[in-house]
Design a protein around this ligand. Structure first.
Ligand SMILES: [Cu+2]
Length: 396
């Protein structure tokens, strides 16, 4: 198995000529599957049988290997037979222990690849500036392939024209949400001027894309002992207040937007199930209840959604194009052989799709990884204003 920034290439041929598309696949191991107990027991018994068989073959070869058919075994051979069996047992035991050492070394090596979400350190400096730094990793394994070891803030590429997409979510109620875009500072750190924020404990999710195209979410926390006055939001920065997430969600799937419009989550009435690919559909209406005609791309996308489990153990930043960051997608297309064409066009199509007007119906593909209570923040841009609606979902 290969780890890292991989891609699946899709080749198609039709009346308009051949086309080639690359889909980036960030591949990483998240856990080691244990062996089934019954399979382990079966293999252990087979090992014992094989070991005993090896010893008895060696013993039988010495005892009867050069006997004429029907002849009796001379009593003097017994000592040599026991010696041969002892040597064979020693060799088998040596092979098994060397094999065991190799097996454990291989398992340790694999375990050092298991993905642990890299952590980010955040402190608030004077003038309500948030300073972010990737936490240094203890190099216990000495293996440089762990994603956490790759995080070098000087080795990133722009995604949606930003080096970092920073999400701050007040916990545990998830009743305050910000989507900000910190500036790169000279010393391998990022800084962000904070908006007006209430006091509380915040969870931090920081999305970056490494120069290999591998997307990484760094996680962290910060405490605001008191509310801060902050500076007004500018550019692509956005945020919203929300009511604290209830432990049981009602069926309400409609949210008012600041201008009197609404965002509606179109549910098909089926319960949401973990591990099932879904299409989350949202519809935006204006203040008179008609389909909104004023949606624009927000950072190159029809919509951005942040999907968070109530305990913060799941975070996804997704778009109508899925979870692939635009930066990784463009990098994958650029890697295609130019002779096959089509690649540059695919990247251009993706950009054009999001240029100009945006339809008020939004479909976002997603699969909830595990059961639980989730909040979904959906962001759109209408007439230059970024609007955020939030929905709650219980996943079985
Ligand atoms: Cu986004």
């Amino acid at each position: 198995m290969e780890f890292g920034s991989l891609q699946v290439r899709i080749e198609a041929d039709g009346t308009n000529g051949p086309g080639l598309l690359a889909v980036p696949i960030p591949a990483i191991a998240q856990r080691t599957l244990p062996m089934q107990k019954s399979l382990g027991a079966l293999l252990f018994i087979l090992m014992i049988v094989l070991s005993l068989a090896m010893v008895s073959i060696a013993a039988a070869a010495v005892r009867e290997g050069n006997l004429a058919p029907g002849a009796a075994v001379p009593a003097a051979r017994e000592q040599r037979v026991r010696f041969a069996a002892g040597i064979a047992a020693f060799v088998v035991a040596a092979v098994l222990s060397v094999g065991g050492l190799w097996w454990r070394a291989d398992a340790r090596q694999y375990a050092s690849h298991i993905y642990a979400p890299p952590e980010i350190e955040a402190v608030i400096s004077l003038e309500n500036q948030l300073v972010l730094r990737a936490k240094p990793i203890r190099m216990t394994s000495g293996n440089p392939r762990r994603p956490a070891d790759w995080i070098n803030f000087n080795d990133l590429i722009l995604d949606h024209e930003h080096w970092m997409h920073l999400f701050l979510i007040r916990s545990p109620g998830m009743d305050a949400f910000w989507h900000l875009h910190p500036q790169r500072a000279s010393s391998g750190s990022f800084t962000q001027k904070l908006p007006a924020m209430p006091a509380g404990h915040y969870q931090i999710f920081a999305d970056v894309v490494l120069s290999s195209g591998f997307p990484v979410t760094l996680v962290g926390q910060i405490d605001l002992p008191s509310a801060i006055a902050g500076t007004p939001l500018t550019g692509d920065d956005s945020g919203t207040d929300a009511n604290p997430i209830p432990s049981e969600t009602g069926a309400r799937a409609e949210r008012p937007l600041p201008d009197g419009g609404r965002m509606i989550w179109e549910r098909d009435g089926q319960p949401l199930e973990a591990g099932v690919p879904l299409m989350l559909r949202f519809r935006v209406t204006d203040s008179s209840g008609n389909a909104a005609g004023d949606l624009e791309p927000y950072m190159g996308m029809a919509a951005h959604a942040a999907i968070v489990r109530s305990d913060g153990s799941v975070f996804a930043h997704v778009h109508p194009t899925g979870s692939v960051p635009m930066a990784s997608f463009e990098l994958a297309q650029a890697s295609l052989p130019a002779s096959l064409g089509g690649s540059a066009r695919a990247a251009m199509d993706m950009k054009q799709m999001t240029a100009g007007k945006v339809a008020p119906e939004i479909s976002i593909p997603y699969g909830f990884p595990k059961a639980g209570l989730y909040r979904i923040f959906v962001q759109v841009k209408r007439s230059g204003q970024i609007q955020t609606a939030f929905f709650d979902a219980i996943v079985k």
